[in-house]
Structures are given as C-alpha cells and as structure tokens.
Design a protein around this ligand. Structure first.
Ligand code: SF4
Ligand code: SF4
Length: 246
C-alpha cells in the first residue's frame, strides 16, 4: 500500500500567476492533456503490480481544464487502485456555464481542495456552495523558485509522502517533473528518482531517502527552503488571453 500519487493531467491553466510553481514544467511540456489511453496504461500497471494508493491526486496544472475530467475520474474510481480520489483546483473554471458538468464529473472525487487567492473568491464560494465537501486551502502567499540550492535544507522538511506521474514516467516524489524542468535535467539520467511506467516499476524506489535528495534543496515544498525565500501575496491576475478556457 502506497500513500499517494499525483497525476500531472494537463499543462493548461487560465491564469499566469507570476510565481506559479508549475510554470517551468508547463513550459517544458507544451500543451498537454493526459489521454484516457495513458490513464488506462497507468491503471493497468497498478493492477498488474498489485499497487494500491490511499489517495490518487489530480492537481497539475489546473485539473478542471483536463479534457477527460469526467471519464478519467470515473475510470480511477472504478479501477479500485485507490481509497480516495483528490483534486486541487483554482476554482476559476467553475463558471455558471460549466457548473452542472463539473459537479457531475466530480462525483467520484471525495477530497476537493481549492486555492483561494486575492481575486477568485466568487468562484471559490460558488464551488463550496455546490460541492460542500470542498475545502479551502489557506494559500495566500507564494515564493520565488530559488536560483540555487538553499544551504542547510537537508533533510527536507516536507509533508510529501507520495509519487508523481507524468507522461508514463513515475517519479519518486510529485515535485520532480516541475523541479527537473526548472533545473533543466533529463529525467532519464536519474533512474533512482524517475522510472518508465511498467509492471513493478515502483518496487525499487528508495522511499526512505526521499527527503534527502539533492534536488530537495531547490524545492518550495521543503519548508526549510520556503523559509529562506521572500514571500509575496498571491494575486489572481485575471483570465489569460484564451477565453476558451473560461
Ligand atoms: S493558478 Fe496555479 S497552476 Fe495556474 S498559474 Fe496560478 S499557480 Fe500556476
Ligand atoms: S522537498 Fe524533496 S521530497 Fe519533498 S516535495 Fe520537494 S523534492 Fe519532493
């Protein structure tokens, strides 16, 4: 039994927060939507490997813009590979035009989280009203990605106890796809942290060493790094130029 895995389901987001923690990954990935075939491959590997997760998380980047949200959530819930299905959103897509569709799509999701910034309060309130199980994250401050390793930040003080999945690559922790994009690293050169998705691929991860990795010195999920960085209030700058995503 594993604690959790975070699925990178889309690189799209309506917003361009200046301090977006997933920006480097989104720029490197280009336009990306996880296909149902990719999702089925992941589910099949987990079933064949007898992998089970307490939680599968849909977060990166804005999951309400994932084109396969409804069928994808259903497939995950019916697969039996997890106890809980969680989703973290900026709530911006929860418009009157999409409300009914999103409520239906999120039926299998039992843990809903929204980030509240300065500027998205009305969409967050609408989501909480229609989906009362939605919890508001107290995200009011962001920090810049550090330019270099932050000294004395190992072992990392972070709550990460899960894996990540991006484009059929499983990673030792969910921050790695974005961190590697930020650092310009080729994940295939780091087989201890990134493995191609296949039966048994997660058996040999050194989970105990997760918080000791050199890249944790660059990670904003590491409280010791976060404390060393200047914090700025996070403001939703308004929708991007692409009205189709609203
Ligand atoms: S809402 Fe989140 S994913 Fe989108 S740009 Fe802002 S920080 Fe990044
Ligand atoms: S501090 Fe290290 S283990 Fe924790 S999320 Fe960041 S990279 Fe992953």
């Amino acid at each position: 039994m594993f604690n959790s895995i975070t699925l990178y389901v889309t690189s799209e987001c309506q917003l361009e927060c200046r301090l977006c923690a997933a920006r480097a990954w989104a720029e490197a990935a280009g336009p990306y939507q996880m296909s149902l075939e990719e999702l089925q491959e992941f589910i099949g590997v987990c079933q064949a490997s007898r992998y089970h997760f307490v939680e599968v998380k849909l977060t990166v980047r804005e999951p309400l813009l994932w084109k396969n949200l409804g069928p994808g959530c259903r497939m995950l819930a019916e697969s039996g590979i997890c106890d809980h299905l969680a989703l973290l959103s900026n709530a911006w897509a929860f418009t009157p035009a999409r409300e009914a569709e999103i409520v239906e799509a999120l039926r299998p999701v039992d843990q809903l989280w929204v980030s509240q910034y300065q500027g998205n309060e009305h969409r967050v309130a609408a989501m909480v009203a229609r989906l009362p199980r939605t919890k508001i994250l107290g995200v009011g401050l962001h920090a810049r990605q550090p330019r270099g390793p932050v000294p004395n930040s190992l072992p990392a003080d972070c709550s990460c106890r899960g894996f990540g999945l991006f484009r059929s690559m499983v990673t030792l922790c969910p921050a790695i796809p974005n961190l590697y994009a930020t650092l310009g690293r080729d994940s295939s050169l780091y087989p201890s942290y990134c493995k191609p998705l296949k039966v048994g691929c997660m058996d040999n991860f050194d989970v105990a060493a997760r918080h000791l990795q050199e890249h944790c010195q660059h990670c904003l999920g590491n409280v010791l790094v976060m404390r060393a960085m200047p914090l700025e209030p996070t403001r939703v700058p308004g929708p991007s130029a692409n009205p189709e995503m609203l």
